[in-house]
Design a protein around this ligand. Structure first.
Ligand code: HEM
Length: 143
């Protein structure tokens, strides 16, 4: 496949398909996706997810405004999501973007992937810390 040197909705969809096929089959992070969306990337849930993620990336890079979601939200309810999983996510995402885009463009995806992974990890840790503190407070009869 010739590497793309511009970002379009069409090639974003190619990137999403490539990445999620890999992510779903991955030993480390595959089960998170399988539990939420099932094991067939052609099913309705997956199709909706991929469409939503094309909108998300189009909002990041093409200034399009279809994406109205909350990128953080769903990750709070995934049980056991840790730092190492985000590391793996970035590895697979980077491998995928290298297959679709020229190095300059792929670099932009890697930057955003790392940026969001860090932001999600931070938010997940804060959420966990505040839950731990709440549990502790109730244990010691604080509130
Ligand atoms: C190991 C790491 C990750 C896992 C397991 C994961 C998994 C998921 C799952 C299961 C959903 C919800 C699917 C659904 O029910 O529709 C979701 C949504 C989403 N994820 Fe992730 N994700 C990860 C990392 C990331 C990263 C790093 C980004 C951004 C660069 C990202 C962007 C999004 C967005 C934009 C949504 C849609 C949010 C909405 O509902 O508007 N994810 N992810």
């Amino acid at each position: 496949m010739e590497l793309e040197n511009t970002i379009t909705r069409e090639n974003l969809e190619i990137l999403m398909r490539l990445f999620y096929e890999k992510a779903l089959l991955d030993d480390e992070i595959g089960t998170f996706f399988e539990l939420e969306l099932g094991s067939d990337t052609g099913n309705e849930e997956w199709t909706e997810h991929i469409d939503l993620l094309v909108d998300f990336w189009a909002s990041q890079f093409l200034g399009e405004e279809q994406y109205k979601g909350d990128p953080f939200g769903p990750h709070f309810t995934i049980i056991g999501l840790e730092e190492k999983d985000f590391t793996r996510w970035v590895e697979l995402f980077s491998e995928s973007s290298d297959k679709v885009y020229t190095p300059e463009i792929s670099h932009l995806f890697k930057e955003k992937g790392i940026y969001y992974s860090k932001a999600f990890m931070q938010a997940l840790n804060e959420d966990k810390n505040s839950k731990d503190l709440k549990n502790l407070k109730s244990k010691i009869g604080w509130e």
